[in-house]
Write a new protein. Structure first.
Length: 94
């Protein structure tokens, strides 16, 4: 599994609904428009799953989002975030 950061440049209820529906136990809401998702595959595949963009159907979209794969991390945040990251990253290496 990979941890992805999903950043919404403006509110996108359709994207948020997809995150909560598709990844009920594998997402962490950092802030209203910022999420972490633990998922297999690539950033492109996650964008398609969330309905943000699909080259085969570019007109259909749930909203705008930037999806980044997390390769390292550091900072200051609530312990619940660090605990979530640790569990998800250990799951991918275990």
């Amino acid at each position: 599994m990979t941890v992805f950061a999903v950043l919404l440049p403006q509110p996108a209820p359709g994207v948020v609904a997809q995150i909560k529906n598709l990844f009920p136990a594998d997402h962490y809401e950092v802030a209203a428009n910022q999420f972490l998702i633990s998922s297999s595959g690539s950033a492109v595949e996650l964008v398609k799953k969330l309905g943000v963009y699909d080259a085969n159907n570019p007109a259909a979209t749930t909203g705008n989002a930037v999806v980044l794969a997390v390769s390292s991390y550091y900072g200051r945040a609530p312990s619940t975030l660090w605990d979530w990251m640790k569990v998800k990253l250990e799951k991918s290496s275990g």
